[in-house]
Design a protein around this ligand. Structure first.
Ligand code: DGY
Length: 335
């Protein structure tokens, strides 16, 4: 990958200094302690912008290991000490980092593509199934002790098998979801992407040159596109109206792809039968309208949260950081 801007790699005589904005699984913490002179946020919460700046000023790290919830915007990057050489984010998404500002300061940004596609696709399938089969309502009946016994008309959901799957964003995660849905549930796959995939990657999926064309064919719509200026607010009232009546919406990408008021209105009217959401605008707050709806299945941003995946993500970053500091090039470097 071509990297513009100043390259700040310098010889470091001792262990590189690192700050880690959240505690990580044990295997990663052990490796970090061995390889880095690390400060780790002792609290299990996101640091405020001021706390992050204070930690950086106090520890003057060469490496910052950050999370998708940390706002690494232009102001944050401008205030970083010159010592910082690498921003490593434990996420594939990088909408929380101002890449241009990092490039201008000669700070490398690395992320974790590929290795979380399986875990995220599992959550997408979970959300599809739970939304379609009314899992929230079923679970409530059990826990509220309101279940009066089996009934032929109880909680009738919609068939997943054979329904059309529409994927917005056929990157690595979108393609993994499509492959699983087609193999497990015989779902014909439709997709919209910035550009059409090569036939061997497309694997029989039908390309729609416009997102609107995709929506009209999506019994299940899965949002798997990154958050960018082009995708923010994508699923608004006009586009929701293009979905077939009774469609199901799943979001494993970022909350800001969805206009919450519009989706909640569509869920209330029944035009959208159900939604499965793992990501939200303004996390961890969520639009209060979702909490009142029976036809949603909500998860707290769990896409990559398996122990194996999180450890692999961390290992990838630690290996990449070592390679970068040793002067190597990286396939997972963004700038
Ligand atoms: C990602 O990798 O972007 C996830 O959303 C954070 O776990």
């Amino acid at each position: 990958m071509q990297v513009k801007g100043r390259d700040k790699r310098v010889h470091m005589p001792s262990k590189p200094r690192m700050i880690v904005t959240r505690g990580l699984p044990g295997a990663l913490m052990e490796r970090i302690a061995t390889q880095f002179d690390a400060w780790v946020n002792p609290e299990d919460r996101t640091l405020s912008a001021e706390e992050l700046q204070r930690a950086v000023a106090a520890h003057r790290p060469e490496v910052m290991l950050v999370m998708a919830m940390d706002r690494i915007d232009a102001a944050c990057i401008a205030a970083l000490p010159d010592a910082v050489q690498v921003l490593a984010t434990l996420s594939v998404g990088h909408d929380h980092i101002d890449l241009a500002a990092a490039r201008d300061r000669g700070i490398a940004v690395i992320h974790t593509p590929d290795i979380l596609s399986d875990a995220v696709s599992e959550i997408a399938i979970l959300l599809m199934l739970c939304a379609a089969r009314r899992a929230q309502e079923g679970e409530r009946m059990i826990y509220d002790r309101t279940w009066a016994g089996w009934s032929p008309t109880q909680l009738l959901g919609r068939d997943v098998t054979g329904a059309r799957l529409g994927v917005l964003g056929m990157g690595r995660i979108g393609r993994t979801i499509a492959r699983r849905a087609a193999a497990a549930f015989d779902m014909p796959v439709h997709y919209h992407n910035r550009s059409r995939l090569a036939p061997e990657i497309e694997a029989g999926a039908q390309y729609h040159p416009t997102a609107e064309g995709l929506l009209a064919e999506s019994d299940f719509l899965v949002l798997a596109a990154p958050s960018t200026p082009a995708t923010r607010g994508f699923l608004n009232a006009e586009r929701l109206a293009l979905l077939p009546p009774g469609a199901i919406v799943v979001n494993i990408a970022r909350g800001d792809l969805v206009d919450d008021d519009a989706l909640i209105a569509a869920l209330r009217s029944g035009h959208v039968a159900a939604a499965g959401l793992d990501v939200f605008n303004g996390e961890p707050e969520i639009h209060p309208g979702y909490r009142d709806l029976p036809n949603v299945f909500l998860q707290p941003h769990q896409g990559s949260s398996t122990i194996g995946t999180r450890v692999r993500m961390g290992q990838m970053l630690l290996e990449s950081v070592a390679t970068h500091l040793a002067g190597g090039t990286l396939p997972n470097r963004l700038v």
